[in-house]
Design a protein around this ligand. Structure first.
Ligand SMILES: N[C@@H](CCC(=O)N[C@@H](CS)C(=O)NCC(=O)O)C(=O)O
Length: 234
């Protein structure tokens, strides 16, 4: 493919070692970044990771141009053509077409499972206190029940079947965020009776692609405390 030389630079949320963007640093708490990098790992596409300081993205003057105004992480540069791409759904589809040898499917064709789980159901639960909280927790559990039922009915290790697919890679970092952020902020734990969901996440967490792309949980805890604070103020 490229003798291991990077074909892409993927710009992900992180703590850059120096400045606002750097090739060295620590991974931050972005499930969309994690999902994009996992896709490249699973498809064995060589890439270089670039860490972007999300909290000061407004100070990066070229960001608007390369993301068509979206100003969101992740985004990537194709080194052969110098073209920029953004949005994890788009990037996953793009490389699935360009590197078809190891198929993982596309977000628009894979099973559409768990769409309401994150951020919708989780954010609503996270930001509701008092009398409304119980109902929001039940709504979140109902979304998890859909995943449980799907996995049980399909009797397969992954959403797409016997191997990891793009739905698994989109959903697993989000579920991890709910587990870690929900516990830290609300003391939430998904009951062990959701055994298919727990087994599925454990299976994914044991893969090398997950281990290479999962940030330290302390960033998830910190990030969800911050997000709740921001939401409660607005
Ligand atoms: N639809 C986008 C969502 C990406 C996204 O929400 N990224 C967050 C970081 S986890 C971000 O850049 N937030 C900054 C902002 O929206 O201003 C994708 O799938 O790539």
């Amino acid at each position: 493919m490229s003798d291991g030389k990077p074909l892409y630079e993927i710009y992900v949320k992180g703590a850059p070692k120096e400045g606002l963007v750097s090739g060295e640093g620590e991974l931050g708490d972005c499930p969309f970044s994690q999902r994009t990098m996992m896709t490249f790992e699973e498809k064995s596409i060589p890439y270089k990771r670039m860490y972007v300081d999300e909290y000061h993205m407004g100070d990066i003057p070229w960001l608007k141009d390369v993301t068509e105004g979206a100003c969101q992480i992740p985004f990537m540069k194709e080194l052969e053509t110098g073209k920029w791409y953004h949005d994890s759904d788009f990037m996953v589809s793009y490389v699935e077409d360009k590197f078809p040898k190891r198929k993982i499917g596309k977000p628009d064709t894979d099973p559409q499972v768990g769409n309401n789980l994150f951020p919708t159901a989780f954010m609503e639960y996270l930001t509701t206190d008092g009398s409304g909280e119980k109902a929001k927790k039940e709504a979140l559990l109902a979304e998890f029940q859909k995943l449980e039922d799907y996995l049980a009915k399909n009797k397969a290790d992954y959403f797409g079947g016997s191997d990891i697919c793009s739905t698994d890679m989109a959903l697993s970092p989000r579920v991890k965020h709910i587990f870690v952020g929900g516990k830290a902020v609300k003391g939430f734990e998904l009951p062990s009776s959701y055994k298919e969901v727990h087994a599925w996440l454990n299976r994914i967490q044991s893969r090398p692609s997950w281990k290479k792309c999962m940030p330290d949980e302390k960033w998830l805890v910190d990030g969800w405390h911050k997000k709740r604070e921001m939401e409660m103020k607005s």
